[in-house]
Design a protein around this ligand. Structure first.
Ligand SMILES: C[S@@+](CC[C@H](N)C(=O)[O-])C[C@H]1O[C@@H](n2cnc3c(N)ncnc32)[C@H](O)[C@@H]1O
Ligand code: SF4
Length: 451
């Protein structure tokens, strides 16, 4: 059987599976776990362990039709400024809660579009965070940047606050594809943004691309890939377009007839991946590429690659504190998500409490499976012996799943002793393999397609 038929027979094109940026996944979170648990877990943090901080800015000047991110469009800065005031209040509440001496090893601003903030607000936000959780000496500060919504002054303000990594949204450079996703982004504007970021000292630059967009075909994507390589990013994220109009209403503007069909979609992802590898980038996890000297590639080679809500990271901080509407914190006790809608988030903070609204308390079995799934997503392998180091004999609980995968996915995985490895030809099935270790089946959750 041809490889593609075999992948199809194992469910690649039909399966709807999580992207596993956390385990359990967010649909499993319960409203029983909220601000009270958040306050307790934050107060109990060990100040000797630096934390990561994520700040969500849910605003964009334009709303791209394909986008599934939690964000809202605005033509004026007044809602942004008012939101910044709420973030400052949230930080003040954190200051009352966090242990003395806690430091920040990483900070990431995402969205939405953080570069909607003008320079004065960039400084206000960065200073407010640093006042509550001062950075460590070798901290890293990364920001998601829309090249059409940034200028030199904003980049200078971010650089003055020590931004040293950036991620730019590209998606596709073809004019027909851009029109079909409601996102016009000329190459020369993107080039100018990259030049400004490099001149500002950014040493690790990521570019986001999406395959499976309307009207994308091999010729158009090939051209986009050439242009992206010309920009010389250190990392590339190549996401499969998640068409989830039941979650993201703006996607109803996408012409479904123009979406590449399953087989074309698979070929598009193969084409871009091949070109990136030929250009000397290393393949990282299921959808990232990085120059060999970039931190992400080094982490992957040394077994330190991790997966969190930002995707693949080389971040070693165990704790992630999320600020802003819909942000998720990963605390030693489990996950807590802030109220997702901005008005609900603001209401909670203004009432003088933290904004945690849903969450999950990790059991010992969750911790074991979370690490197993992370290993599969990061390294395409699961080694019970490695798991035993932190989880003891509980690791043996995963033997039935490994046996099932050996029987069902025989030619796509290899099982030797206590190790399951996904073969290179089976890597498109990684999320499906990971799902075998997921013990939670959230009611009514609808995920995006696996391919
Ligand atoms: C917050 S946005 C990026 C920052 C900035 N707002 C911009 O547009 O340049 C995060 C990224 O998520 C990805 N993304 C958004 N919606 C997606 C979808 N439906 N399917 C796959 N990837 C998606 C895009 O690659 C996008 O660049
Ligand atoms: S892709 Fe970026 S700019 Fe476009 S709607 Fe999503 S977050 Fe906003």
């Amino acid at each position: 059987m041809k490889q593609i038929d075999r992948l199809r027979s194992l469910g690649l094109f039909e399966a709807r599976v999580p992207r596993y940026t956390s385990y359990p996944t967010a649909p499993v979170f319960s409203p029983e776990v909220g601000a009270a648990q958040q306050t307790k877990a934050l107060a109990a943090l060990d100040p000797a362990e630096p934390v990561s901080v994520y700040i969500h800015i849910p605003f964009c000047e334009r709303l791209c039709w394909f986008c599934a991110c939690r964000t809202q469009g605005t033509k004026t800065l007044s809602p942004v400024e008012s939101y910044l005031g709420t973030l400052e209040q949230e930080l003040a509440l954190m200051a009352e809660t966090l242990p003395e001496g806690l430091r920040m090893g990483r900070m990431h601003w995402g969205g939405g579009t953080p570069t909607i903030l003008p320079p004065a607000m960039i400084h206000r936000l960065a200073q407010a965070v640093k006042a509550v959780i001062p950075p460590t000496e070798d901290w890293e500060f990364s920001v998601e940047i829309d090249p059409t919504m940034v200028d030199r002054e904003k980049i200078a303000a971010l650089a003055a606050e020590s931004m040293n990594r950036a991620s730019i949204g590209i998606q596709d450079f073809d004019p027909l594809v851009q029109k079909a996703i409601g996102r016009l982004q000329p190459f020369d504007i993107t080039r100018a943004c990259v030049d400004d970021l490099r001149a500002a000292g950014i040493r690790s630059l990521n570019a986001d691309l999406v395959y499976g967009l309307p009207h994308q075909d091999a010729t158009r994507l090939d051209d986009t890939v050439s242009k992206v390589l010309d920009l010389g990013p250190d990392r590339i994220a190549l996401f499969g377009y998640a068409h989830v109009p039941w979650m993201s209403k703006r996607q109803t503007l996408i012409d479904e007839e123009a979406l590449p069909k399953e087989m074309e979609r698979y070929m598009l992802s193969e084409l871009a991946s091949r070109r990136f590898r030929e250009a000397g980038l290393e393949s990282i996890g299921i959808d990232h590429f990085a120059k060999p000297g970039d931190g992400l590639a080094i982490a992957a080679r040394t077994g330190r690659l991790r997966r969190n809500f930002q995707g693949y990271v080389d971040d070693s901080c165990a704790t992630l504190i999320g600020l802003g509407a819909s942000s998720i914190s990963r605390l030693p006790t489990g996950y807590i998500q802030n109220a997702a809608a901005t008005p609900a988030y603001v209401e909670r903070i203004e009432a003088g409490q933290l904004a945690g609204a849903r969450g999950h308390v990790m059991t010992e079995d969750d911790l074991l499976r979370a690490r197993a799934i992370e290993m599969i997503m990061c390294e395409f392998r699961l080694d019970l012996e490695d798991l035993r180091a932190d989880h003891g004999d509980a690791a043996d609980r995963l033997r039935p799943e490994i046996a099932l995968l050996r029987d069902r996915f025989g030619d796509m995985v290899e099982v030797t002793g206590e190790t399951l490895t996904i073969r290179p030809e089976g890597r498109a099935l990684t999320r499906i393999v990971a799902k075998h270790f997921d013990a939670h089946v959230p009611e009514g959750a609808r995920y995006s397609q696996a391919s």
